[in-house]
Ligand binder design. Structure first.
Ligand code: EPU
Length: 336
């Protein structure tokens, strides 16, 4: 079994990265059942809303918890980096792609939504929009804000995604998780210490499903709130490819307003520019590279630091490697 160093040595000195990954991806396919999808050299640009990112050595969509466990074991035994991809709506994947395994819980097994009374049991791969619509169908209020967040349940838990004054953990009761060894446990939401745009527990655990709770309410009320939120979103946020807000709001001023006040709307690096509609969005005109976006992020941060003494912290998760870096062991594991 190649260890980290050997894997990177192979990649660096003797074989192109494709050859290195092909040797283990064939073995990975043998470890999982036929329903589990394994793709090799899958461009992450296809899997992220920013539409940038080079290829992942392997992208796996496990069809069951046991296959997910097998993939985690495979990564552990080979010291392969991995990360969990949601809908890719808060992710900036670098142009060199990802040397390791990207796990995506998009199989229908992980997208189930079951409603019982005021609770919705939702798989980590379920879309937030689907959760919100199902809550509306059953007359359960409080989840309307999820409708406009273009993410999956797992991603929303990982970063405690929010909109319109609501945050994911406000409406989550408990979460079933798997650790890197494949062990499953269930936590009540408060134990997970969610904070603004983060949930530290989900850096080391992978969410399998969550129980959301709603408040019984008239369907028309829910519908009304949803369309108000949707209207607000369409009038204040761009429709062009983006990863939503780029930075967390710093104390004292929303990042979008700060960026506007700095006169940075419309600033461009290659195919990436600061949205004219909302200063905290970076949009891709269809030709941007990840490096364009990273350069733009850096320019914005510099200006905010120099001119206002504000340290803008990216909200967008950044993963993968720059073009030319080919070590399979270079990326740290993360859970997105
Ligand atoms: N503003 C400006 N100029 C801009 C953008 C905003 O002056 O270019 C002002 C607005 O007029 C408003 C204030 O800044 O007075 C806040 O703007 P907005 O209501 O758009 O909210 P936000 O704080 O920029 C947050 C979330 C969004 C979420 C919206 C709507 C963060 C980092 N962002 O944005 O979440 O959709 O509220 O509720 O917390 C995301 O996390 O990716 C995201 C898009």
């Amino acid at each position: 079994m190649p260890d980290d160093r050997l894997m990177s040595d192979l990649g660096m000195k003797t074989r192109p990265p494709e050859a290195v990954s092909e040797s283990w991806t064939a073995e990975l396919i043998r470890e999982v059942g036929p329903e589990t999808v394994v793709k090799t050299n899958e461009p992450l640009s296809r899997r992220t809303t920013l539409r940038v990112g080079g290829p992942a050595d392997a992208l796996v969509e496990p069809a069951s918890e046991s296959d997910l466990r097998a993939v985690l074991r495979f990564c552990r035994v080979r010291s392969l980096p991995f990360f969990v991809l949601g809908r890719g709506s808060n992710l900036l994947a670098r142009d060199g792609g990802y040397r390791g395994v990207v796990i995506c819980l998009a199989h229908p097994h992980f997208r189930r939504i079951e409603v019982e009374g005021t609770q919705l049991r939702c798989g980590a791969g379920a879309r937030l929009k689907a959760v919100a619509l199902e809550a509306r169908r059953f007359g359960l209020a409080g989840l309307e804000f999820l409708e406009g967040i273009p993410g999956s349940v797992g991603g929303a838990l990982r970063m405690n995604a929010g909109a319109m004054g609501g945050a994911t953990f406000d409406v989550v009761q408990s979460v079933r998780l798997m650790d890197g060894e494949g062990r499953v446990r269930e936590w009540v939401a408060a134990e997970m210490k969610p904070a603004y745009r983060e949930c530290a527990s989900l850096k080391t655990y992978l969410a399998l499903e969550a129980i959301f709770r709603g408040e019984p309410s008239a369907r028309e009320e829910i519908e009304k709130r949803m369309s108000q939120f949707s209207q607000k979103r369409w009038s204040s946020q761009p429709a062009a490819p983006s990863a939503g807000c780029t930075f967390k709001n710093p104390p004292g001023i929303p990042a979008g307003r700060l960026i506007q006040e700095l006169g940075l709307k419309g600033m461009r690096c290659g195919g990436a520019s600061v949205s004219m509609e909302h200063g905290n969005f970076i949009v891709n005109d269809g030709t941007a590279t990840a490096q364009d976006i990273l350069d733009l992020i850096e320019l914005i941060r510099q200006r905010a630091r120099q001119e206002r003494g504000v340290d803008l912290e990216p909200e967008v998760e950044i993963t993968g490697e720059p073009v030319g870096a080919i070590s399979a062991a270079a990326g740290a594991q993360s859970w997105l």
